[in-house]
Design a protein around this ligand. Structure first.
Ligand SMILES: Nc1ncnc2c1ncn2[C@@H]1O[C@H](COP(=O)(O)OP(=O)(O)O)[C@@H](O)[C@H]1O
Ligand SMILES: [Mg+2]
Length: 299
């Protein structure tokens, strides 16, 4: 979907909530900024999680993406995106969102050529940045369509914890529909499996502690050859097999797959209002997102 030029517009998408869109958007943004790139995050989700994740409280800003979108309607002030962009502590620029954005969507349906609105609104800043990253809401609506139409590249995120292949089927239907709207094929360049546990690690085999552990040892049931140990090893092996199957299936459908392990630093960083690149780059998720950002730099 590359439209030429030097900048790259990347949209993070999945119509379900909690799959790691915002987390992946912010953490890729953080590592791109750390690599010296000029990065803009566009928050196209009324929930404003990307805004808050970059340490900006929505109410602290006078203008938001709401105002930028509403500029396309007569009777509303003309607010170019340059007017809402703010620099964040991480060195990433942000076009913030707030709950008002909910009100934009019904109005957009009054415009015939609505799918390309965000793409057009980004035009004034396309050459001010190396990367524009668009975070989209967890619903199939105009913000997702607009995000995908504006994108040179699409990243889908899939939560391994609650994974269901049905989710991917839904996504493929959306891409097919959007391809029809924009008149060319829209596909994902990368799938990111978030909160991915390394189930092959020995820690994932539950060990018994305390009194029950002592009893088990006394009774000779603490070793992996006992029933408990063997059951644990079997369930770990089954879990590993399940994950290998998921990874293979996602790879088959999307070509490129990256995994990000569960890491408590992800949540801490969000609370602190910083991407993991600036908060805990050496954490397990930090290492994974650095690798993903390096892949993005090579696009
Ligand atoms: N690798 C990870 N480790 C730990 N928590 C994570 C990880 N990825 C995402 N999360 C958490 O999962 C929740 C949902 O992620 P989020 O990126 O907000 O999803 P979405 O934007 O798709 O709704 C957030 O609370 C986030 O902190
Ligand atoms: Mg989100």
């Amino acid at each position: 979907m590359t439209k030429g030029g030097t900048i790259s517009c990347i949209t993070f998408s999945h119509h379900k909530g909690g799959t790691g869109k915002t987390t992946t958007c912010l953490n890729v943004a953080g590592f791109l900024a750390l690599a010296g790139k000029r990065v803009l995050v566009v928050d196209a989700d009324p929930q404003a999680n990307a805004t808050m994740g970059l340490g900006i409280y929505p109410d602290s800003r006078r203008r938001h993406m709401y105002d930028v979108f509403m500029s396309v309607f007569e009777g509303f002030p003309d607010v170019p995106i340059t007017e809402v962009i703010t620099r964040t502590e991480a060195g990433v620029d942000l076009a913030p969102s707030n709950l008002d954005l909910v009100g934009v969507e019904p109005s957009l349906y009054m415009i015939d050529d609505r799918a390309g609105i965000l793409r057009d609104l980004l035009e004034p800043v396309r050459h001010s940045y190396d990367y524009i990253l668009i975070d989209t809401p967890p619903s199939m609506g105009q913000f997702v369509v607009n995000g995908l139409v504006a994108a040179d590249h699409v990243v889908v995120t899939i939560d391994a914890g609650i994974f269901a292949l049905r989710g991917i089927d839904g996504l493929e239907t959306i891409f097919a529909d959007i391809s029809e709207i924009v008149g060319h094929r829209v596909t994902a360049d990368l799938a990111v499996l978030t909160r991915w546990e390394q189930s092959s690690s020995i820690e994932s085999i539950p060990t018994r502690t305390g009194l029950s552990g002592l009893l088990a040892r006394l009774l000779g049931r603490g070793d992996p050859h006992s029933d408990v140990g063997a059951n644990a090893a079997r369930s770990a092996a089954a879990e590993e097999e399940r994950r290998a199957r998921i990874e293979a299936e996602v790879k088959r459908r999307f070509g490129r797959v990256e995994t990000v392990p569960f890491s408590r630093e992800v949540y801490e960083a969000q609370q602190r209002g910083l991407p993991i690149a600036q908060y805990a780059p050496e954490s397990a998720a930090g290492v994974a997102y650095r690798r993903i950002a390096q892949g993005v730099l090579a696009w």
